[in-house]
Design a protein around this ligand. Structure first.
Ligand code: F6P
Length: 504
């Protein structure tokens, strides 16, 4: 898959880079920790336990230059077309006030409409509202669900469920906790054609109808970039919250897609989220590469995926409130950069994004860390924690949690030599550590924007368009075709047998 390095290949210097052992990197550079740790937007980042070194960073700088990175970043922030296969800009930064003046003004107007809806609900336009069912899938659910789960624990205004899976059990689980009379449905779909979201919205409406709610459609708020489809579905225009076509699904929580978040956490919290992300945007746009945290993170990721041929990277949230971070990152990173063609449609001659996976500490330590410490695979690990505990949390637990995270990073790097092969830990295993000073909308906004830009940098350096997702279309089409007996004959024997076995 990898092309042979040549002097005209901008990757050649990185492919040929002599990667030292982590302990030696520390021994050889007393400034290493200082050089590779940064504080931005209330977040501390430490890449000193990765195999990056100043020379390697300089090689990535040269690669970025050869790839026209600065102009491409400018294109993102100016609202130019960066999603070339679909002929669209990617305007999520404008939602945070950081794009072109026109895009920022458009986003502000749509936010205003969203805010009016929050105010209307709070003023009783939908009667007494106690429950909220957010229906969407992929980018229309993962971001909002992460935010609600991370920040919504102590906010008691509304009981919120997020419904994404097409499984009827998921529908029951989402509706059961609610009283149909005092619940609203927020149906979120950029296209408003996604099968799961439409089917689940119909099911939630039927749940209201069966309970005798007079006008269930009147209790649905649709969030979409395709209002015509929402109107066709039966939603009145006054209850549609549009967002821009340039806002991609997995980059959309900052737009009206975050409506449930704004309602449940309050408008002020939503604004703080945007401000935190905006701070990271400015850092990303204006900071030189050697201190630019999304760039340094991307350089580390590419060291592992390209130079050391790692196939996966793992993210462990050492904070229960961030337990959904790995699922959110899976879509962000894998849907953005899991591609075999370049932005120009040429075959990609390098490995694409690593597989992202993870879990929560300390649970993961007792389940998957065996392989991380002693398995034959090399993979980068990321620890994400929060320094300040919630007032309601027992400080002893919080202390134990963070100490565990730090111990794992130290153990992975240092290892523990033993004559007994069962007890030998080879060490030299990389990790990065990200510590939020505290968890609030601002720091979480900055953290998520950091991950978005980190993904973007990798896309540019690999030559991938991070903003399309054609790879999900085939399965969707075949699911529709399988539903039609006339089309089934063209399917393989195994698939037809499975349909028969399931009696479908
Ligand atoms: O199937 C993938 C996908 O298109 C994602 O990119 C998107 O976030 C999700 O489906 C939901 O799409 P929509 O918001 O249009 O319902």
């Amino acid at each position: 898959m990898t092309s042979a390095p040549s002097s005209s290949d901008p990757w050649a210097a990185i492919d040929g880079h002599d990667v030292a052992r982590l302990n030696d990197l520390f021994d050889g550079d007393s400034e290493r920790l200082k050089r590779l740790s940064f504080d931005v937007g209330g977040i501390h980042f430490d890449w000193s336990k990765t195999h990056l070194d100043p020379d390697l960073i300089a090689k990535f700088d040269a690669l970025a230059e050869a790839k026209g990175f600065a102009a491409k970043r400018d294109a993102l922030f100016s609202g130019a077309i960066v999603n070339v296969s679909e002929g669209r800009p990617a305007t999520h930064v404008a939602e945070r006030g950081q794009g072109s003046p026109e895009d920022v003004a458009k986003a502000a107007a749509l936010h205003q409409r969203m805010r009016s809806m929050v105010d209307a609900i709070e003023a009783g336009a939908f009667g007494d509202v106690h429950g909220l069912i957010h229906i969407g899938i992929g980018g229309s659910a993962l971001g909002p669900e992460l935010l609600l789960d991370a920040l919504g624990r102590d906010v008691g205004n509304y009981g919120v469920s997020v419904l994404s899976n097409i499984d009827g059990q998921a529908v029951d689980d989402a509706t059961d906790p609610h009283d149909p009379e005092s619940t609203i449905i927020v149906a979120v779909s950029k296209t408003f054609t996604t099968a799961e979201t439409l089917m689940n919205t119909r099911a939630a409406i039927a749940w209201m109808q069966e309970a005798g709610v007079e006008d269930p459609y009147g209790r649905v708020i649709a969030v979409t970039a395709n209002p015509e489809e929402a109107i066709k579905f039966g939603i009145d225009e006054t209850r549609i919250l549009p967002f821009s076509e340039g806002v991609g699904g997995r980059y959309s929580m900052w737009s009206s897609v975050g409506f449930s978040v704004a309602l449940a956490l309050g408008w002020e919290a939503f604004e703080q989220l945007l401000e935190g992300a905006g701070e990271m945007d400015r850092h990303f746009r204006l900071t030189e590469p050697a201190a630019n945290v999304p760039m340094i993170a991307a350089f580390a990721d590419l060291t592992y995926s390209q130079r050391l041929k790692c196939k996966t990277r793992a993210v462990f949230a050492y904070d229960e409130r961030l337990r959904l971070l790995p699922s959110y990152l899976q879509q962000l990173e894998m849907e953005s950069n899991g591609k075999s063609v370049t932005a120009e449609g040429e075959p990609l001659d390098r490995p694409s994004a690593m597989i992202a996976w993870g879990g929560t500490g300390t649970d993961a330590q007792h389940a998957v860390f065996q392989l991380l410490h002693q398995g034959t695979h090399l993979l980068p690990v990321e620890f994400v924690g929060v320094i300040e505990a919630e007032d309601s949390q027992d400080p002893a637990h919080h202390r134990a949690l963070l100490l565990n995270a730090f111990a794992q990073g130290a153990a992975l790097m240092a290892g523990d030599k033993s004559e007994d092969p069962y007890k030998n830990f080879p060490g030299n295993r990389p990790s990065s550590t990200i510590l939020l000073e505290w968890l609030d909308p601002r720091t979480l906004g900055a953290l998520i924007a950091f991950y978005e830009h980190r993904t973007f940098v990798q896309g540019i350096l690999l030559g991938i368009n991070s903003f399309d997702q054609f790879g999900v279309e085939l399965g969707k089409r075949l699911a529709r075709e399988l539903d039609d007996p006339e089309h089934r004959e063209k399917f393989d024997v195994s698939t037809r047998a499975l349909i028969e076995k399931a009696g479908l």
